[in-house]
Design a protein around this ligand. Structure first.
Ligand SMILES: [Zn+2]
Length: 147
């Protein structure tokens, strides 16, 4: 739900609740918006910050919520970066040999170590059948222009 501040030609202002912006546009176009004081249909939206409706109807709260949300997404990005760094530093890059090496380590042919690389879907399935679960980390695509 969103709330718009509405104003009538008579000077009365009130709040209108709508499902979304399209809902408001629809109702305004169809002249469904009627002033509760004078029954006038010249109701228009006052330019004001649109509040996304949460549980309580206070502007303050919604701005707090937004701040909290953006903080949270920064945190997620941070921890993902840390994870990527960790993997880069501590895992040997075996490239396309990941599946083969994983199996070798699994069966004690190769020395146990942390490895990273790429696998095909088929290889991944095979590994899963062998009881080897890969951790997938979305790695950043390095931009050629950076640095
Ligand atoms: Zn009015």
């Amino acid at each position: 739900m969103i709330v718009f501040d509405l104003a009538c030609d008579c000077g009365y202002t009130f709040e209108g609740w709508f499902q979304d912006r399209q809902d408001f546009d629809k109702q305004q176009t169809a002249a469904f918006l009627v002033c509760p004081v004078c029954d006038g249909r010249e109701v228009r939206k006052i330019l004001s910050p649109i509040r996304a409706q949460s549980f309580r109807n206070t502007g303050d709260e919604s701005s707090h919520m937004k701040a909290a949300e953006s903080k949270q997404s920064t945190r997620v990005a941070d921890s993902l970066e840390t994870l990527q760094e960790f993997v880069e530093k501590n895992f040997e890059d075996v490239g396309t040999e990941l599946a083969t090496e994983s199996l070798k380590i699994h069966y004690g042919v190769s020395k146990p170590r942390n490895i990273r690389g790429v696998t095909t879907e088929l290889e991944e399935k095979k590994l899963q059948e062998e009881g080897i679960n890969l951790l997938k980390v979305p790695m950043p695509v390095k931009c050629k222009n950076a640095n």
